[in-house]
Design a protein around this ligand. Structure first.
Ligand SMILES: Cc1cc2nc3c(=O)[nH]c(=O)nc-3n(C[C@H](O)[C@H](O)[C@H](O)COP(=O)(O)O)c2cc1C
Length: 390
């Protein structure tokens, strides 16, 4: 099965993603992966760090002559900021490192700082925040890029858009073509399909800038072209809705997930929510009256677009810091401030695409898996034929 692991610290030398289980023979278009790395860095509300970094995927294994070779893929993304941190975070234990240490003694509410210090027995939070930081998500996007390349071979695409920033919400449905147009833009504001709503979202971020505060929001990820039959109803851990939920909530700052129209459905009568079933005898295919289920019933894809949303809490680090405690003295103190984003919903959408693509690609390989793309294609075609005859 497709598995991925990331390594790396926020200000370490490099981020690393390894992806194993990719079949051999998948064409690798690095431009696509780099484009997603760029998209992850965009959006109104980002802090100074994203101006320093220009993320590029540096593949060191698993790809030769432009195609996967079936072995684990390792990708590096260099941290340009590392040059400013070599003496703070050296790999070697050199004597004077304490002179250069940048301890984080006043844990920031909403971060892993304090819980991590207690758990790992550190007197200050530097090593905790280095790994808890969402800088790690650049590696997720690189890994997700490979999942997307595999899915594209079978006509499956994954895109995202922003549904809410703070309490400013998009109040209309979107089309797939609108999402494609958004993803092709070279100037990303808040990645919202509606320009008026996007301007109001921008005003919301401006308000946060003005008051030293932050904002959260909601992004939506859409999977277009997935066949019916990925995931399974047969056991709790094979249900694809549950697996997508874990993938999305594992993201930094994401505290909730919604599959399809879950939130409005919970407040609606059943007659208004279930997606009625119809059959087109001419085309010999089933179709639905709506897609409130977000393409998933019983944990199985039903052939409609898969739609999941991630709910982000507001960014934890505030320019007007919250109350905390100074760890050396245990006296009350303002929380530490380290260069920070103010709102990150568009970027989170891109990371969400990667997590969803990795989850869908894994379910896809469970169903159609093989050692080479040729074998996967044969399995997929056999199933497509079976579905046509159903
Ligand atoms: C793309 C992205 C960028 C983020 N940037 C920041 C940031 O600059 N400052 C900050 O305090 N939190 C930021 N966060 C959120 C923190 O990483 C996260 O809240 C923290 O690690 C604690 O994890 P938790 O919120 O999942 O519990 C970001 C999250 C994402 C998804």
């Amino acid at each position: 099965m497709l598995r991925f692991v990331t390594a790396g610290e926020s200000h370490g030398e490099t981020l690393v993603a390894t992806v194993s289980g990719m079949p051999a023979g998948v064409p690798v278009d690095l431009e696509r992966i780099n484009r997603d790395l760029w998209r992850r860095q965009q959006g109104y509300g980002r802090g100074g760090r994203m101006k320093i970094e220009t993320d590029k995927a540096h593949v060191v294994s698993g790809v030769r002559h432009g195609k996967t070779i079936g072995s684990p893929i390792a990708v590096l993304i260099r941290n340009r900021d590392w040059k400013n941190w070599t003496t703070t975070l050296p790999v070697e234990d050199f004597d004077d490192s304490s002179e250069h240490a940048r301890p984080v003694n006043r844990p920031r509410p909403g971060h892993a700082d304090l819980a991590g210090c207690i758990k790992y027995n550190y007197p200050e939070a530097r090593y905790i925040l280095e790994r808890a930081s969402a800088r790690e998500t650049a590696a997720r996007v690189a890994a997700g890029g490979f999942a997307k390349l595999l899915l594209r071979e079978f006509g499956i695409q994954v895109l995202s858009h922003v549904v809410a920033v703070g309490d400013v919400e998009l109040e209309r449905p979107v089309t797939w073509e609108e999402l494609e147009a958004l993803a092709a833009k070279d100037d990303v504001l808040l990645n919202c399909v509606d320009p008026d709503t996007e301007q109001r979202m921008k005003a919301e971020v401006d308000d946060a800038y003005g008051t030293g505060d932050t904002r959260g929001g909601v992004f939506e990820v859409v999977v277009h072209g997935a066949p019916p039959g990925l995931g399974s109803h047969t056991s709790w851990d094979s249900k694809l809705d549950g697996r997508l939920a874990q993938a999305i909530v594992s993201m930094q700052a994401v505290k909730g997930v919604e599959v399809g129209a879950a939130a409005t459905a919970a407040a609606s009568p059943g007659s208004k929510v279930q997606d009625t079933i119809h059959y087109d005898k001419g085309a010999r295919r089933f179709f639905r009256g709506s897609n409130n289920a977000g393409g998933l019933e019983g944990g199985i894809t039903n052939g409609q677009d898969v739609v999941v949303r991630g709910y982000l809490k507001p960014i934890s680090t505030l320019r007007r810091p919250l109350e905390s405690v100074d760890l050396p003295t245990r006296e009350p103190a303002s929380a530490a401030y380290e260069r920070s984003d103010v709102a990150v919903v568009p970027a989170a959408g891109v990371i969400g695409e990667s997590m969803v693509a990795l989850t869908i690609a894994n379910a896809f390989l469970e169903k159609f898996g093989g050692d080479s793309l040729v074998e996967v294609r044969r399995n997929h075609e056999g199933y497509a034929d079976q579905v046509r005859r159903f």
